[in-house]
Design a protein around this ligand. Structure first.
Ligand code: SF4
Ligand code: SF4
Length: 287
């Protein structure tokens, strides 16, 4: 059994300014960053003390990899024997040299390209740096109609071993034409899975059992879409509160959620659930 843990600490700042995002160009104070650092350190120490195998996704409110203490935490976690995978969501603006020290077998990046913030050429240069470092990663962004051509250009510019995910824009029902869907699927063959609201009410989901979300204080919710604290990882015998559960939401539409829906059996599709890297895009790790 492997616990799939999503960690999101109090950090809430970003060096980008995407116009739809509340964290655009926000800054944390020094005191807030210190608090975030201490909470991250405590979480890493907790992981070190666990006997269970874990896979961890860091999904910060903003950009974390521009902070040294996140780079150090990723490096340290990637070398722990019980950490089978450690991934962080990033806009890839950070320097990449520090990644030469990570364990390439366990570390991966969930990178997002932001067309309004960086040119495709500059972004793909950063991807090339990851290739040279032999770091596994996936790349993607929300496939707005006007950006479908960018998706195709991205495919032509990056390593063919790298999976490109397209998040469907779902706020407008039936947003895409069939022809647009077919075009997107030539880049992301798994687009159909993302382009729907999965009926989930009453269905078995591993969220709250073998998967859970943790905040900086150690509070656990089953997933990011059902609030209500289950327990706290820093309380004794917290694992007694993890148990098989059925979803109480009508639908689940986000990758970090529906990936845990049992009936979809997506653990067979992805070699790295948290890295969002499908089996067919498995890259050989050079030693
Ligand atoms: S990179 Fe991400 S966190 Fe930063 S402003 Fe853009 S959407 Fe928000
Ligand atoms: S199906 Fe989605 S919303 Fe429901 S419990 Fe699982 S992850 Fe949470």
């Amino acid at each position: 059994m492997i616990w799939k843990i999503l960690y999101r600490g109090p950090l809430s700042s970003c060096n980008y300014s995407c116009d739809y995002c509340p964290f655009a160009k926000t800054k944390n104070t020094r005191a807030e960053l210190l608090d975030d650092k201490q909470k991250l350190k405590r979480f890493v120490e907790w992981i070190k003390d666990r006997k269970e195998n874990v896979e961890i996704l860091f999904a910060p409110w903003g950009e974390a990899l521009i902070r040294n203490y996140y780079q150090e935490a990723m490096t340290e976690l990637s070398h722990l024997p019980n950490v089978k995978n450690v991934t962080i969501q990033t806009n890839l603006t950070c320097d990449t040299k520090w990644m030469s020290k990570v364990n390439k077998n366990t570390f991966s990046l969930w990178t997002t390209f932001h067309p309004s913030q960086i040119s495709l050429e500059k972004f793909t240069e950063k991807c090339k740096e990851l290739d040279d470092l032999n770091v596994r990663y996936s790349v993607g962004f929300v496939a707005l109609k006007e950006d479908i051509s960018i998706l195709q250009k991205l495919r032509s510019l990056i390593n063919e071993d790298v999976y490109i995910w397209a998040n469907a824009y779902k706020r407008v029902p039936n947003y895409y034409t069939q022809s647009e869907i077919e075009t997107i699927k030539k880049v992301d063959p798994l687009f159909d899975i993302n382009n729907k609201f999965h009926p989930s009410k009453g269905k078995d989901c591993s969220a709250g059992n073998t998967s859970f979300s943790v905040d900086g204080d150690g509070n656990i919710t089953r997933c990011n879409f059902i609030k209500g604290q289950i327990t706290n990882i820093y309380s004794s015998a917290f694992e007694k509160h993890l148990k098989p559960r059925k979803c109480i939401n009508k639908t689940c539409h986000c990758y970090i959620g529906y990936i845990h829906l049992k009936e979809l059996q997506l653990e067979n599709t992805y070699q790295s659930i948290w890295g969002r890297i499908p089996v067919e895009f498995r890259r050989k790790i050079k030693s």
